[in-house]
Design a protein around this ligand. Sequence first.
Ligand SMILES: NC(=O)c1ccc[n+]([C@@H]2O[C@H](COP(=O)([O-])OP(=O)(O)OC[C@H]3O[C@@H](n4cnc5c(N)ncnc54)[C@H](OP(=O)(O)O)[C@@H]3O)[C@@H](O)[C@H]2O)c1
Length: 410
Amino acid sequence: MADREKIPVAALNPVPAAAGVQGVTLLGATGSIGASTLDVITRHPERFRVAALTAQTRVTELAALCVTHRPALAVIGDPAREATLRELLQRAGSTTRVSSGPDGLLEAAQLAQAQTVVAAIVGAAGLLPTLAAARAGKRLLLANKEAIVCAGSLLLEAVRAGGAPLLPVDSEHNAVHQCLSGAATHAGVRRLVLTASGGPFRQRTDFTGVTPEEACAHPNWRMGPKISVDSATLMNKGLEVIEASWLFGMPRDRIDVVVHPQSVIHSMVEFGDGSVLAQMGTPDMRTPIAYCLGFPERIDSGSASLDFTRLGPLHFEAPDLDRFPCLGLAYRALDAGPAASILLNASNEVAVEAFLDGRLPFAAIAGVISEVLDSESPAAPASVDGVLEIDAAARRRARQAVARTAPGRS
Ligand SMILES: NC(=O)c1ccc[n+]([C@@H]2O[C@H](COP(=O)([O-])OP(=O)(O)OC[C@H]3O[C@@H](n4cnc5c(N)ncnc54)[C@H](OP(=O)(O)O)[C@@H]3O)[C@@H](O)[C@H]2O)c1
């Protein structure tokens, strides 16, 4: 396994300018990142064509996207919905080929017609297709942070072996990538500063009775339900600290988190000479997506310009680890090593799903994760199978913890 400290800053293979029309496969096309990506692609028909689209359950939405974007391949993760997808596309006169299940997702990730793969599946479910795309030498646009949290070393090795670049879509890592442009190693970097909006509960002190609707009502970003809850607990920032440690080869003590409620500074890099570079813009995921799709060129994203005259003061504060213990749990997992990050991610996914289903109180999410971190201490996995084994064991433990925490609700 590669040593995190020895990975140079953003040394994720050189990025040549893309020649001709790029085929783009979108894993997780029906989600929030999927919609933003298709919006940017549609603005540049001379640069991009959609090669494959995937979803898990939303078959009607996937069929509609296929009619509009005419990919060569459409994959529905749930095999039970393949017949419906086939029928919907046939009825619409579409020539898109249909596949399903885990093998279908792997096929989409490696499809010859695509030079670029946008990894936008939510959760560890995205790990195998993301790894497959990297190994197949696709230019990888990584939104699926859980994949790198679970298997950072394996994913970066796959990117190196595949020989194509990885570009971070997550707005914070994208901001760091922009600020580091031109830096060859992290030798000249003093620290990374990841900004956090603070989520919908930045000023809340009592978390009793929090509903999924409240937790998903993010003040600045429109995102899928899982990442919205992660933003409300600050686990999202914890996952991003782990993601940054892999992507930029940075130890934890050189990655700071600062709460910045306006979300116009997407993150910063402080250099050894004291200079701090910040990347700014309106909170709109089309900006980092367009940066990655066009890199090294800048292309139009459709986002609004930042109006400095109406912006008002920008605020910064330290995160409150007492009210938001999930961030502290992520630090603990990062310090404990790669296996602990898998435990953290898997138990968080189980707890968030239980909260969204009404089976676990919001305030109990951190307790479930903490219990799993306390009870399991596997060695660092040497293979993807090892990652999946630790993930499965953590999920079993987390489900038990959920059932014990809220017995009447499961
Ligand atoms: N949204 C943002 O602004 C944002 C920003 C930074 C990073 N990210 C990261 O990007 C990823 C996607 O986030 P999102 O907000 O776009 O999520 P989302 O809106 O929930 O969309 C998730 C996508 O993944 C598919 N999917 C769900 N479970 C799957 C499974 N088991 N196998 C295969 N596909 C599956 C969904 O298909 P169905 O629609 O059929 O369920 C959907 O297409 C996450 O890792 C998130 O952390 C998101």
